[in-house]
Design a protein. Structure first.
Lengths: 330, 324
């Protein structure tokens, strides 16, 4: 029942994202465009080339970030864990910063010069994958989750320190570009890039779904989980791979989106009153999509302008985090 | 009746290996656990109880020596095979806001469930039976966070029962419980060992309770290693006294239990008999007053009063006020 309501909510929000935008297009025209009607000119381009990929991106990015947060919170047994806590988002930011601030927006790969958006995405990918590989390597050495968590946070600090330094050697234009990327939005994925983005995100989500049973057992802590036959090391590696992949691709395309990974699993727990991942994981996926689509809509609604997504997510995220802190204090 | 040996330790050394560094905690352990018996592991803090339990649960490797589980080396079992042979109850506090007691106990079925971890009707019946055995059927639908420490401990035991292992290890299951709950838990574990033929092995700091309940006692100490036996044999051969006696702690060989010893500050004589007499003796012992046959101070215990210095006191509180 709750699943049905949230599914409908996701569908409605998805459609609203197609019908509402900074440019006023009549609903009947949008409907016609969506049903395959041609000859709408600019309006057609806006709906299929901009609004549709943006809605799909929000749908998948929200689900992916939220499920990453859920997995991290369960495996670290820490309600405040999230994809950014591991340092993967910071790694991506560092990659982007290198591209935008140091190389002025274009990178030479072999004989090929990669410019513009492709270079940014490449940088983010390289940064996140580097941190992910580092964490995977360290996870065999750092036996307990707390150490891994602290390592992630320290990686984040190191990355932001380098980024700050890069700001000084960069051009004003580079700094501005980087700041714009840092504010995040779901409209960074073009129709051409959408298949790749969707494939990687869906792959990460699929990998997450495979971990439902071990995640349930890991709720009891590593000791009990091992005693119940869970191969802790393997599960943790798969988990890092899934969250790393999801955070990397989403950060690369959308920027460092804050709070969705951290807050949405708590929203799902509040609504479904369950810690069982067979319920909680699909619930988190749906809630993640709903929240991302909702935030995306809020970014357009107030005026005719589009405001950055990170201006809206804290409005939902911060109260949830405070609520969690207050609840765990007792 | 001879019980089957389920876990056998030969010349075992426990400890931690990190890189080339090996820190041995306890060495030269020769001991065995038997089916149908409750065995208690006793020792002071830092004596190596948890390390031994972790080694036996295969959480950490043995530094030296052999551990046999049902006649086979512990290391020869896979993770998933061990999950069906050994169930553990740990000291880790399980804090889950949105999970019912039944769901938690149901996680004990994990070694048997399929890819998604769903419980079959048979699994559910086994979980219900485990909860009934532990006496917490009425708590089934309660959320774990709303349970008391004792109730939560029972849920974890139900989890171990649902796991259907022949061996159950418990790390200080009685810690943080109030006294009646401790007694209840020990009796529960004893009856599970008896009725289900399980090998139950638990570490504890509750010396008295262990001596009163356990079939076998393992005493562990850094310098002396592990000494095992029935509580009574360990009393007779002086092992209990040598492991635990110290300033203020006295082992009473006649009862086989420990008491508190104080240097007497005064001597008194008490005349009388029965429970009322015993209670006066106990009250005096608490106040470091020793008994003698002939002393200037004499208390006479009658059926309705305590007489001291020619005055009749109606209860022990007023008697003590007059004496101390």
């Amino acid at each position: 029942m709750k699943f049905a309501i949230i599914s409908i909510l996701v569908a409605v929000l998805f459609l609203l994202n197609l019908f509402i935008g900074s440019v006023d297009i009549p609903a009947s025209e949008v409907l016609d465009i969506l049903l395959g009607g041609d000859s709408h000119g600019a309006a057609g381009f806006i709906v299929t080339g901009s609004r549709l990929p943006m809605a799909v991106t929000a749908l998948l990015a929200g689900a992916g970030l939220a499920v990453s947060g859920l997995m991290l919170q369960t495996s670290f047994r820490n309600p405040l864990a999230g994809p950014s806590i591991l340092g993967i988002t910071s790694g991506a930011s560092l990659g982007v910063a290198l591209v935008m601030l140091l190389f002025g927006g274009s990178v030479v790969v072999g004989t090929l010069t990669v410019g513009g958006y492709a270079a940014v995405i490449l940088g983010a990918f390289a940064g996140s994958l580097l941190i992910m590989a580092l964490l995977l390597g360290l996870s065999t050495m750092l036996k307990n989750d707390l150490m891994l968590l602290i390592t992630g946070i320290m990686i984040g600090y190191l990355a932001s320190s380098v980024i700050m330094l890069l700001n000084y050697v960069s051009t004003a234009e580079g700094v501005q570009n980087y700041v714009m990327w840092g504010m995040s939005s779901f409209n960074g994925v073009s129709l051409n890039q959408l298949p790749l983005f969707s494939a990687i995100t869906l792959g990460g989500i699929f990998l997450s779904l495979l971990l439902i049973k071990p995640l349930n057992v890991m709720l009891l802590g590593a000791g009990y989980a091992r005693n119940l036959g869970v191969n802790i090391k393997r599960v943790r590696n798969l988990l890092l791979l899934a969250t790393g992949l999801l955070s990397a691709v989403i950060t690369a395309y959308c920027g460092p989106v804050s709070f969705i990974g951290l807050a949405v699993p708590h929203i799902a727990r509040m609504i479904f009153r369950s810690d069982n991942h067979r319920i909680l994981m699909p619930a988190t996926l749906l809630c993640g999509s709903a929240v991302a689509l909702g935030c995306s809509l809020l970014c357009i609604l107030p005026s005719g302008n589009v405001i950055p997504i990170n201006a809206v997510t804290p409005l939902i995220g911060a109260p949830v985090v405070l609520w969690v802190l207050l609840r765990h204090r007792k | 009746m001879i019980h089957e040996i389920t876990v056998n330790l030969r010349n075992l050394s426990t400890g931690y290996i990190s890189g080339r560094d090996t820190r041995i905690i306890t060495s030269g352990i020769n001991a065995s656990l038997h089916a149908g018996e409750l065995t208690c592991l006793l020792g002071q803090n830092g004596a190596g109880k948890s390390t031994l339990l972790k080694t036996l649960s295969s959480f950490i490797p043995a530094v030296k020596g052999d551990i046999e589980l049902f006649g086979m080396p512990l290391g020869s079992y896979s993770n998933s095979a061990l999950a069906k042979l050994i169930g553990v109850v740990l000291t880790d506090r399980v804090s889950l806001g949105n999970m019912s007691a039944r769901e938690l106990a149901g996680l004990g079925r994990s070694p048997y469930t399929g890819f998604w971890g769903g419980l079959s009707l048979e699994d559910k019946a086994i979980v219900d039976e485990a909860m009934a055995l532990v006496g917490i059927s009425s708590l089934s639908d309660r959320m774990v966070d709303t349970l008391s420490d004792g109730e939560r401990q029972k849920v974890m035991i139900a989890k171990a029962l649902a796991q259907q292992t022949k061996v159950i290890f418990l790390d200080e299951p009685t810690a943080f419980l109030d006294f009646p709950s401790k007694v209840e838990l020990m009796q529960l574990l004893l009856s599970l060992a008896r009725s289900q033929g399980k090998t139950v092995f638990m570490s504890t700091h509750d010396l008295e309770l262990a001596l009163l309940t356990a079939d076998k006692i393992w005493l562990v100490d850094k310098s002396r290693g592990v000494t095992t036996g029935t509580p009574e044999d360990l009393a007779l051969n002086g092992a209990l006294a040598s492991y635990f006696e110290r300033e203020g702690v006295r082992f009473d060989a006649s009862t086989g239990l420990f008491g508190i010893s104080m240097t007497p500050v005064r001597e008194m004589a008490v005349r009388g008999a029965g429970v009322r007499y015993n209670m006066v003796v106990k009250a005096l012992a608490r106040n470091a007053i020793a008994l003698t046959d002939s002393a200037d101070d004499e208390i006479v215990v009658t059926d309705d009063a305590f007489e001291f210095g020619g005055v009749r006191y109606m209860d022990i509180a007023s008697l003590l006020e007059a004496i101390v």
